[in-house]
Design a protein around this ligand. Structure first.
Ligand SMILES: [Zn+2]
Length: 63
């Protein structure tokens, strides 16, 4: 089980996949939605939309 690099919260699969997608495949940093949205200076809702979008595109990280 991976934890958020920033706040140590347990991460769900989508958060891990999104971290890879946004921070790069080889990232050592995994962030929960809250921390990732702060890191990217965006809204949590926008990240949720991105997750849906990546799923629709059939991104293999989100299967
Ligand atoms: Zn966090």
């Amino acid at each position: 089980m991976k934890k958020c690099t920033n706040c140590n919260k347990n991460l769900v699969k989508d958060e891990i996949a999104l971290s890879k997608k946004m921070l790069g495949k080889n990232t050592k940093q995994y962030l929960c939605l809250e921390c990732l949205s702060a890191y990217l200076n965006t809204d949590k809702e926008i990240l949720l939309e991105k997750i849906e979008q990546f799923k629709e595109e059939g991104c293999t990280l989100f299967v």
